[in-house]
Ligand binder design. Structure first.
Ligand code: EPZ
Length: 419
């Protein structure tokens, strides 16, 4: 267990290389279970990634970290089960399901854990696998899946563009017998990165102009070398930190297009935003203007994962901001924590109204979930005086060396390890 001590008020300034995307690396590691030996570069050093590596080892694969790369190897038949403790550690453990059924013809696992963001069903994942021939039963919080005759292609229409269900379907479909036609799929950059990885391994995947994905199953997939895309949410978090401290940040090794919706909100708030082929430079005004209305939407809309950190920035803006959370039913758990700093936020169902204040004041804060935790840290960085932040296990799931990076940009913060 550890906590941060943050003395807020410093202007954040400088350049920062953004790490690889957790939410791209995780499904790629899940897909590696059905591909040949692979080298996956630009994998951030996060607890969620370590959990994914452990799951791979349970499934009979090798997974070894070498610097920023993870080397995966195919072993002999592994286990059909993922231990409950690994399933409980993160929600995205569910993206291993499609690959497990494809590889072993069976899977047994507990329902997944992860951040508490309200009800997070997996009905779309299960319905897709069932259409592909899996038989699934759920008893006492455990899922039993089998496909003794293997999976076959199917037409799958997702009623909501679920990121995880799209990933699971793709991973299951690439070695299924025949063609899978997937409509209503998610279009997040992390999905395209997974598709790039699978294609490099020999998968036959076509994306139509209408967004319909067609997968022609192949017998075997080889291995490949792949570089994971940059983390657009980590980049956005650091940009928000600079924006709300009157700072100036050069975010390097990013894909500016992936950040477009967040950059346009920050520009509307008065930041000067300049982009290059793989960088973004943000220069903040002395005080941000209110952001208007920010609605979370599937990509290319404004990402739900940015809502909390953008809200932290809005708390010190000169003017109001309205947030509408359309993706998750309960993603405002950071609000009571931001209020402890003096933020003025009212929530009503899926909406949150922020009235910017001139100054926040340090407080004892708790990270309630991964992105909510990042928002709390940002609030503390902008606040006058000292804050302590506990619950850092959430931060460690998604930000590689958050305190090191922010300190290098001028933040006065340190991690204190208890006991
Ligand atoms: C992914 O979660 C991300 N996680 C989340 O990031 C992100 O917030 C989310 O996509 C939306 O962009 C990873 O990629 C590892 P969804 P996922 O399935 O796949 C409902 C972070 O902070 N739904 O697109 O779980 C669901 O309840 C994390 O890095 C169903 O109803 O998200 C939610 O309301 C947090 N049935 C909505 O869809 C299903 O079967 C979006 O979920 C599946 C989802």
């Amino acid at each position: 267990m550890s906590h941060y001590i943050i003395r807020g008020g410093n202007r954040l300034e400088g350049a920062l290389k953004i790490h690889g995307a957790k939410n791209a690396a995780l499904p790629i590691l899940a897909a590696a279970a059905i591909c040949g030996d692979s080298v996956i570069r630009n994998c951030p050093n996060l607890t969620d990634i370590s959990v994914a590596m452990e799951i791979l080892r349970h499934l009979g694969c090798g997974a070894l970290r070498q610097g920023d790369a993870i080397v995966t190897t195919q072993g002999e038949a592994g286990d059909c089960r993922i231990p409950d403790q690994l399933m409980g550690a993160m929600r995205s453990s569910i993206v291993f399901l499609g690959g497990m059924v494809a590889r072993h013809g069976c899977a047994e696992l507990a329902l997944p854990g992860g951040c508490e963001l309200g009800a997070r069903p997996i009905d779309l994942h299960l319905a897709a696998l069932e259409r592909m021939g899996a038989r699934i039963t759920e008893t006492g919080g455990r899922l039993l899946c089998s496909a003794p005759e293997g999976l076959h292609g199917a037409r799958i229409d997702l009623s909501f563009p679920s990121v995880g269900a799209t990933e699971n379907t793709l991973i299951a479909a690439v070695t299924a017998q025949g063609e899978t036609v997937l409509t209503g799929a998610a279009r997040e950059p992390e999905i395209l990165d997974l598709i790039d990885f699978l294609r490099a391994c020999g998968a036959r995947i076509a994306i139509g102009l209408d967004g319909v994905i067609r997968v022609e199953g192949v017998k075997r997939l080889q291995g490949t070398e792949h570089r994971v895309i940059p983390d657009r949410i980590a980049a956005g978090t650091y940009l928000c930190a600079a924006a709300m401290t009157g700072g100036d940040l050069l975010a390097k090794e990013v894909v500016p297009g992936h950040l477009a919706s967040s950059l346009s909100v920050l520009a509307q708030a008065g930041c000067r935003v300049v982009t290059g082929p793989d960088w973004v430079r943000l220069t903040a005004p002395r005080r941000l203007a209110g952001f208007g209305t920010v609605k979370t939407m599937p990509y290319p809309g404004f990402p739900t994962d940015m809502q909390s950190v953008m809200m932290a920035a809005a708390t010190v803006a000169d003017g109001p901001t309205v947030f509408v959370e359309n993706i998750f039913e309960s993603r405002y758990r950071h609000v009571p924590e931001l209020r402890k700093l003096g933020a003025k936020i009212i929530t009503e169902g899926r909406a949150a109204v922020v009235t910017g204040v001139e100054e926040l004041t340090g407080a004892n804060l708790l990270c309630t979930d991964l992105r909510g935790g990042a928002a709390v840290v940002l609030g503390a960085l902008a606040a006058r005086g000292e804050s302590t932040v506990t619950g850092l296990d959430h931060i460690d799931r998604g930000y590689d060396d958050l305190e090191g990076n922010l300190s290098r940009l001028g933040a006065d913060m340190k991690r204190v390890r208890n006991g």
